[in-house]
Structures are given as C-alpha cells and as structure tokens.
Design a protein around this ligand. Structure first.
Ligand code: AMP
Length: 215
C-alpha cells in the first residue's frame, strides 16, 4: 500500500471529493483549504489573515501555509499515512515539504494528479455546494442532495464557497497555471508522478486510484 500521498490538480478537478473517499483507506486527510476555512469560521488570527487572500482567489503566503502543514504532519495520525490535498501549491512549498518529510522520516511515496479540462472545471465550480457542518460536497446538477439545500449525511445546510465565483476562479486558475502546474515537472523528475483522468464519475475515480494505491 502506498502511503504519504500528494493529490494534485486544478481547482474543481475533484481533489476534495476523492480525498474524503480515500480516508476510508486509513489516510489522514490534510487539506490546507479546509484548515483555513475552519480557522476563518472560528475567527482566529490565522483565519483573519487567510480570509483576505482566499476571498480574492489569491494564495495564502508560503510561510503561513508551510507552518500549518508542518504542525499537522508531525501529529500521530499521520504515521499511518497521509493525503495532502491542496498542498504544495508553489515551488517554495514543495521544497519545504521535501525537507520536512525527510526530518520526520515520512517521505512522499506517490503524487496523484487529476487531469481535467478548463471548461469542465468552471462547470463543476459554478455548481459546487458544500455542507456547512460536515463538508460533504454536492453539485446542483450532477450530485444533488435528496432535499434541496440540505446535506444527505448530517442535515446541515449547503452553501456556496465565497471563492467559487467567476472572478476569484479566474485568479485561482491563473495561480494554478503559473505556480502550481510547474510542480508536476518537480515530481516527474523524482519519478513520483501519476496522471488520472478525472472526467469520470467520482466512484470510478475512487476505484481506480484506490486500486493504484494498493498495488
Ligand atoms: P482549496 O480548498 O484547496 O481550493 O483552497 C482554497 C483557498 O485556500 C485557495 O484558493 C488559497 O487561497 C488557499 N490555500 C489553500 N491551500 C493553499 C496553499 N497550499 N498555499 C496557499 N494558499 C492555499
């Protein structure tokens, strides 16, 4: 079983949905986006700082982001294997992660990249809704809840992320193309990169990747 995984791909490719399903295999799910959203909700100093960047679609500064990942990765549950979702997003973060995983002796074993075209990303993000309570993802056309606006799993209210709008998405895609996409070369050079087509159902994608991780 491969452990210590990075999940890469543009915003809307399905990283969060896949990561939540992969948790059933025993991975600790580390989503920097979720950590920032939690801090914003709790009104902490980290949340107040991160919110300024997130609402515009900009990246939170590297030192802040690296700091929260460093703390999270050294926690006990990561010893069974972790799944990084949304980190690293810059070369500085990738280099820091390489150092950090060496220090704690938990090296990255594989990088899973989700391929998706831009038209589909925009469609997915525009229709994305998320449960306020448990974070379960929905889509207004392709993954509807049983009762409109209510989470099937916990009856929480569904909401639209405030960075899932056209303007912020444009900025996020720009950051992805210029700062994050070049990391594919970084991991290709280390022999860690594996591509998967995310234009399939979330169940089919989970089956394919779970099988790959177990091989
Ligand atoms: P996500 O939920 O992964 O789409 O992240 C939502 C937002 O959180 C991003 O658009 C960034 O503003 C911020 N963010 C998440 N992860 C990172 C990261 N690794 N580096 C910088 N900013 C991040």
């Amino acid at each position: 079983m491969k452990r210590n995984i990075i999940l890469m791909g543009p915003p809307g490719a399905g990283k969060g949905t896949l990561a939540k399903k992969l948790m059933s295999l025993g991975f600790a799910h580390i989503s920097t986006g979720d950590m920032f959203r939690k801090a914003i909700k709790a009104g902490t100093a980290l949340g107040q700082l991160a919110e300024q960047f997130i609402k515009r679609g900009d990246l939170v500064p590297d030192d802040v982001t690296i700091g929260i990942v460093k703390e999270r990765l050294s926690q006990d549950d990561c010893a069974q294997g972790f799944l990084l979702d949304g980190f690293p997003r810059t070369l500085v973060q990738a280099e820091a992660l390489e150092e950090l995983t060496k220090e704690i002796n938990r090296p990255i074993e594989t990088v899973v990249n989700l391929d998706c075209n831009e038209k589909e990303l925009v469609r997915r993000i525009a229709g994305r809704r998320i449960c306020k309570v448990c974070g379960a993802p929905y889509h207004i056309e392709t993954l509807k809840p049983k009762i409109d606006g209510i989470c099937d799993l916990c009856s929480g209210l569904l909401y639209q992320r405030n960075d899932d709008n056209e303007e912020a998405l444009k900025v996020r895609l720009d950051h992805y193309n210029h700062q994050t996409k070049p990391l594919l070369d970084f991991y290709q050079a280390r022999g860690l990169l594996h591509h998967f087509n995310s234009l399939v159902s979330s169940e089919a994608l989970f089956d394919e990747i779970a099988q790959f991780l177990k091989s």
